[in-house]
Design a protein around this ligand. Sequence first.
Ligand SMILES: *Cc1c(COP(=O)(O)O)cnc(C)c1O
Length: 377
Amino acid sequence: MIPYGRQSISEADIEAVVEVLRSDFLTQGPVVPHFEQAVADYCGARFGVAVNSGTAALHIACLALGVGPGDWVWTSPISFVASANCALYCGAQVDFVDIESDTGNMCAMELERKLVVAKKEGRLPKVVIPVHFAGLPCDMKEIYRLGQAYGFRIIEDACHALGARYHDEPTGNGRYSDITVFSFHPVKIITTGEGGMAMTNDPALAKTMRLLRSHGITREPADFINEPDGPWYYEQQMLGFNYRMTDIQAALGLSQMANLEGWIAKRSEIAHRYFETLAPERLPRYFSAERRSAFHLYVHHVSPEQRTVTFQRLREKGIGANVHYMPIYKQPWYQKRALMPHPHTEQFYAGAITLPLFPTLNTVQQDLIHAYLISTV
Ligand SMILES: *Cc1c(COP(=O)(O)O)cnc(C)c1O
């Protein structure tokens, strides 16, 4: 079975991990800050806070921005459930903004329309979490402008989008948001096994997120609230978690960073071939000077009537098709909240099939997928 996504692990990656296994630190040690710095340098952010998943990064990002009971957080319904769960962890309520039907990204016009209504009803969101679906950056200039106008903060869920660019700047530099979150799950752009990172330019947010990832504990004398009663002293200053990344994971991530640009080029080449063959009309949207997608996913669209049968036949041929994503509000846990269905979201989901896309997918495999889809559609 050709999977829909797959990690690439080099001998250098294995060496880097083995080196840590032979060292003194297995949990968070000296390699974690190196990895944080490497990602921060790559995307032009001041700070990176490494944690043990993208989900944990979303959670501490919400907490650092003060999300709590009584607050609303809005995100995109075409995403992994973690984009919404992070708000529920904080006791806040979640609502969804409809997507652009061509990209699957949060629609800035829909966002504005919803904000106008929410303002009248006195329930404006505290935080909005746009998701760079499949790796394509959202319309961040417009979302940022709305944030200024309506007073919400922004967390970019860039779990698909490490290596993406927006107006010729890297996603993660924080020009249009407070915090940007990456995931290093094996299907994502680079991997640490499990892992994630929250990027920010705000030293106070970085400091809070560092506390939250390790129980709310500090060992920094300059930050102590009380007088230390000995050299063993440390303080728990807030209720945090054990969300630490290990040095083993950070070594893998750091080594993977060396291949990032090459992998994006490879993903882009494969995606370009898909578009040319299957959806040439969509090429201009995905290959423009304005945005560079990281091409985490390639989502093919068929008619809703054709979707199940196409999916099953691909699977029978050993092509690991997938679907990204069932709208989050259709999940039983969210259905209880009686959230409204969104027309573009429903339509997008009804015909979406994710085709295999990863740097080592070869042209023979890809031609097989092309030939098969062209013969059935
Ligand atoms: C993968 C993913 C996450 C969660 O990341 P984990 O590292 O698996 O916790 C969050 N949001 C989106 C959009 C994702 O694809």
